[in-house]
Design a protein around this ligand. Structure first.
Ligand code: F6P
Length: 319
């Protein structure tokens, strides 16, 4: 029986656990022998590898994070550790890999593939939604719902106290989480790397509103724009309103995967196993314009374009 190993790598995201479970179950169904690698690339180097048992993947579907644990390993970029990783896989009879993670993990695995020819399939999983070639990365919907709940709660106190709140979301250099959250929570201001913001025109728009009786303001800022602190001061100074900054931070990475993340995980798992069985060697799984597919690994070196509809809608909140 051919061995296939499943690992999670890089920043954890909700949806990783269902993806692990479905990969194991579907691989078995397709006649492969599934293994689990714990602790991401670190576990690949240190031989933290075991045959996947039913008990390893039962009762994990609804859990956030990754039960396999994860890591960002610097050692994997040293030749001797990649050789060690290859020897580990050979020892276990593993000749296929599924890596659930982001572009850093895919780049690392591609380097490994080029040297040792162990085919891999990449399942996109990161709350940043910043992997080129796919419209959706596992964890995004769960993160958006965590943010929605947080902003709804902050709105309660903003309303009670007649205050402005600036809420910073994660996403690295990608503004997808911020823009989508600003729209879905009815924020008055959104600042994100994809948007050209203009504080003067935001000021004109909101001053009129405040004069007309608006007594609280919600602003959502992407961490990649580095503007959250500045905007908070600007609101105090220019809109004559008390303002507070809330950095949501790692709360956005947790939580039980939403229905969307579970169903997406299922589809990506099937796609990954089928892609490897079809002989693909280093592809990432994609969901584009409503269809599942695969893309050559080189796509991760292209620029990630956020859905233009989201950018267009959010652009009205930046001016
Ligand atoms: O890539 C996921 C992410 O949560 C980003 O949104 C954020 O910038 C980063 O990881 C935080 O990294 P760490 O967990 O290492 O602090």
């Amino acid at each position: 029986m051919e061995g296939i190993a499943i690992m999670t790598s890089g920043g954890d995201a909700a949806g990783m656990n269902p993806a692990v479970k479905f990969c194991v179950e579907y691989a078995k169904k397709r006649g492969l022998k599934p293994f689990l690698i714990r602790n991401g690339l670190r576990g690949l180097i240190d031989d933290d590898i075991k045959v996947a048992e039913r008990s390893d993947v039962s009762g994990i579907l609804h859990r956030g994070g990754t039960v396999l644990r994860s890591s960002r390993s610097k050692r994997f970029f040293e030749d001797k550790y990649r050789l060690q990783a290859y020897e580990n896989l050979q020892k276990h009879g593993i000749n296929k890999l599924i890596v659930i993670g982001g572009d850093g993990s895919f780049t690392a695995l591609n380097r490994f593939y080029n040297e040792y020819k162990v085919p891999f399939a990449g399942i996109p999983a990161t709350i940043d939604n910043d992997i080129p070639g796919t419209d959706y990365c596992l964890g995004v919907d769960t993160a958006l719902n965590v943010i929605r709940e947080s902003i709804d709660s902050i709105r309660d106190t903003a309303l009670s106290f007649s205050r402005a709140f600036v809420i910073e979301t994660m996403g690295r250099n990608c503004g997808y989480l911020a823009m989508t959250s600003a729209l879905s929570s009815g924020a008055e201001i959104c600042i994100a790397p994809e948007l050209d913001h203009d504080l003067d025109s935001i000021g004109e728009r909101l001053k009129k509103d405040v004069e007309g009786g608006r007594d609280y303001i919600m602003a959502v800022v992407a961490e990649g724009s580095n503007m959250a602190g500045e905007l908070t001061h600007w609101i105090k100074d220019n809109l004559n309103m008390d303002a507070r900054l809330t950095v949501l931070g790692h709360v956005q990475r947790g939580g039980s995967p939403t229905v969307r993340d579970r169903v997406m995980a299922y589809n990506y798992a099937v796609q990954a196993v089928e892609s490897l069985l079809a002989g693909n060697t280093n592809q990432i799984m994609t969901f584009r314009d409503g269809s599942y597919g695969t893309a050559p690994i080189d796509i991760i070196n292209t620029k990630c374009i956020v859905d233009p509809n989201i950018v267009e809608l959010a652009s009205h909140l930046a001016v």
